[in-house]
Design a protein around this ligand. Structure first.
Ligand code: DGJ
Length: 729
């Protein structure tokens, strides 16, 4: 069993294949965090739980106990007001105006399997023997606030997920001001902090720096997880690299405002926590009601950053991504956005789809501009009815035609938004987030619909479902192109206005749950001006994400490398686009653009009616090769070899689980005069086996390829890349 309660010292031992997590009920019934890390056979809590002998300025919990003080107790779910001056996990405004919550141990329960979280995305298990879940119940005897801490142990994957439920068993309404999904106190600060930082078109760049005995935080207050910080961070041993060292990775299964922090205290302990951002958040907790936090995922790796990534990939592929497309190869698509922008008509689309079908593309996606009077981004969001002037015969006839050409049909939506210049806005000016008396700030000429409102959610579900019912749609691109401002809702009282960002996300989850459940045949891809909402919450409903609006092959090396730290490669949308590239004006060879795109969920996003014969042949070949290597890329194991953040070259490889095949990609950004010989040491092959390298027509041993290496032979020049396919000989 992955969870044990040890009666004699009231400790809980949680075990995955390679990690242990230890919790203890201490003598005054507070819940202490004892250990998280590499697996230990028999844990002795007394040996670890030591209080500083003479704690200065210590607020003692009882007068008799000189050293027991919450500020030095490593805790599982700390609160404030009783002398712990570090970041609290829970803050509640009590009816008497105080903020003290004193959580003491009550009891526990262990169940097989993985409970779901009502209204929130959560990891799941198809086989209850894969996962077991511990619930530890705590209570404040004075206010009758109860907190359940949940721990789901994915025994074979080295992952533990945590979430909390706060219940008001008292007689008065209270306000939650902060409720983290988890908190852990590590008894050291000798770590680096790593996270994924970004902006529009530069998403998820890897940042790593020493903790430096300070408080470090990543967050979003934008109403979405955002481009700026991904809801992921890790703390790592100083010597951790791709293959070695300890790494603890944390990821929040949530798509809205979040916070992740690591704070070092006066005794060099590090408290890490993650959850909904307490800034601009509060939740009215009426008597006998409860509030559930989003789920957080914790991954421990003693095999460096690569080990952490592969654990996240396996966990999300098996226990987060759902439905028909979970383990189905994803279609190679062509999207008309960079090919036409808003300027298309039926003839143009017909030519594009004919050519794409000849190339071997499997899915055509009609992007923005097919509805209302949407010929620019200035109008019509919310008017989800087709523009028959642009598309005579409508979507139905277009979809039929695309299917006749042997491709699937996909459609773009941006359901969460409203253009002030739209029929919907003229009818329902109060349906957007707004604050009476304040002007409504537009971003990309649009406002955010108030998804906390049931009528708005119903409108969206009904009009999108109507299109699904009338048109044969195989794929949907679900876009969202602005962050929130003037976060107010007309239907909620003043006391609940701070609930709106979370209510919005709950409303979004409700809509996505409805549409994805009722249309299981549709493959959904989420998008938010590229990768502005690339998070596990969205992946629960939509198994792939448009990674970035930046399609430049060089920039994509960093974007996809960073994204791969956490998210499976099957989720990473990557398209070949035209040169000069529309975002950065760079000209890269089609070969490199193809190799970058093949390293994720491949697609094309350019006017293929306007390419040379040579490019046509190259694309045909790329598509044919991708179809062959697709199972490896989308469902194999991923190993990073050279980082684009550390030099001019990037390399990564995909290895099948049984190690019988692999594909290696190598990229060089700028040419180097008189370069040294390029030898690449491969990873994760079977050292006992020989492998045929198809592109070299040569057989080499797995041990040789990993220890001595593979010689890279490329021509001179900037923006070079090469792919080698390996099969067991
Ligand atoms: C932003 C997306 O990221 C693009 O791919 C495209 O769909 C545009 N929106 C359309 O407006």
């Amino acid at each position: 069993m992955a969870i044990r309660f040890v009666e004699y010292d009231r400790s809980f031992i949680l075990e995955t294949k390679n990690s242990s997590y230890v919790i203890k009920v201490t003598k005054h019934d507070f819940l202490a965090h004892i250990y998280y890390g590499k697996k230990i056979r028999n844990y002795d809590c007394e040996e670890s739980l030591v209080f500083p002998k003479e704690p200065p300025l210590c607020a003692r919990i009882t007068p008799e106990d000189e050293v027991y003080c919450l500020d030095t107790l490593p805790q599982e779910y700390p609160t404030s007001g009783r002398g712990d001056y570090r970041h609290p996990a829970l803050v509640i405004d009590n009816t008497d105006g105080s903020r003290i919550v004193e959580l003491k141990y009550k009891d526990f329960n262990i169940v097989k399997g993985k409970p779901t979280l009502a209204g929130l995305p959560s990891l799941y298990s198809e086989d209850e023997n894969d996962v077991s879940t511990l619930e530890i119940r705590l209570e404040d005897a004075l206010t009758n606030i109860e907190v359940s801490l949940f721990y789901s142990i994915f025994e074979n994957i080295d992952a533990i997920t945590r979430w909390s439920i706060v219940r008001n068993a008292g007689n008065e309404t209270v306000n939650i001001n902060c409720a983290m999904s988890f908190s852990i106190d590590f008894s050291s600060c000798d770590y680096d902090f790593m996270h994924l930082r970004g902006f529009w078109a530069r998403e998820r760049f890897v940042e790593r720096f020493p903790l430096n005995k300070l408080s470090t935080q990543i967050d979003s207050t934008r109403g979405a997880s955002g481009h700026h910080h991904n809801p992921f961070f890790a703390i790592l041993s100083k010597n951790a690299d791709e293959e070695n060292g300890f790494v603890y990775g944390f990821n929040l299964v949530y798509s809205g405002n979040f916070i992740g922090r690591a704070g070092v205290d006066q005794f060099d302990n590090t408290r890490v926590s993650m959850g909904i951002n307490p800034n601009d958040f509060s939740w009215e907790l009426k008597t006998q009601t409860s509030f559930a936090t989003p789920e957080a995922v914790m991954v421990f790796s003693s095999n460096g950053i690569g080990g952490m990534s592969r654990t996240f990939h396996e966990l999300y592929s098996k226990h987060l991504i759902r439905g028909k497309f979970k383990s189905k190869e994803r279609p190679i698509l062509i999207n008309n956005w960079e090919a036409t922008y808003f300027d298309f008509n039926r003839h143009k689309i017909d030519d594009l789809t004919q050519k794409a079908s000849n190339l071997g593309v499997e899915l055509f996606v009609l992007d923005d501009g097919w509805f209302g009077e949407r010929n620019t981004d200035k109008k019509s969001l919310g008017d989800w009815f087709e523009n028959k002037e642009k598309l005579p015969g409508g979507l139905k006839s277009l979809s039929e035609d695309v299917h006749k050409k042997g491709m699937q049909f996909g459609l773009w939506f941006e359901p969460e938004m409203i253009s002030p210049d739209s029929e919907l806005y003229r009818k329902q000016p109060d349906w957007c987030l707004h604050v009476e008396g304040r002007s409504r700030s537009e971003s990309r000429y649009q406002l955010v619909l108030d998804l906390s409102r049931k009528d708005v959610r119903e409108y969206l579900i009904n009009c999108i479902q109507e299109i699904f019912d009338n048109v044969d749609i195989d794929y949907v691109k679900w876009d969202m192109n602005r962050n929130m401002s003037e976060v107010g809702s007309k239907l909620l009282p003043a006391s609940k206005q701070k609930e709106i960002p979370h209510r919005y996300i709950l409303g979004l989850y409700e809509i996505m749950d409805n549409l994805t459940t009722n249309n299981p045949h549709i493959l959904f891809e989420s998008c938010s001006s590229g990768g502005g909402r690339f998070d596990p919450g969205m992946l629960y409903y939509m198994p792939q994400t448009w990674t970035s609006d930046n399609t430049d092959a060089v920039d994509r090396l960093k974007i996809q490398y960073g994204t791969s730290l956490v998210y499976p490669l099957s989720t990473i949308g990557s398209h070949v686009s035209a040169v000069p590239n529309h975002q950065v004006n760079r000209i890269t060879p089609l070969e490199m653009r193809g190799h970058v795109s093949m390293s994720g969920n491949m697609g094309y996003e350019l006017d293929v009616t306007n390419i040379s014969n040579d490019e046509t042949e190259q694309m045909k070949a790329q598509i044919a090769i991708y179809k062959e290597i697709r199972p490896l890329v989308q469902f194999g194991e991923f190993y990073r070899i050279l980082s684009p953040f550390e030099g001019n070259e990037t390399s990564w490889m995909f290895v099948s689980k049984d190690k019988t095949s692999a594909v290696v990609f190598w990229f060089r950004v700028l040419a180097q005069p008189n370069p040294p010989a390029k030898i690449l040491k491969l990873k994760a092959l079977n050292p006992e086996w020989d492998y045929r390298i198809i592109e070299k027509d040569k057989v080499l041993g797995g041990d040789m390829l990993m220890n001595s290496g593979l010689t890279i032979s490329v021509e001179k020049g900037d923006f070079r890349s090469i792919m080698y396919r390996l099969v067991k000989n």
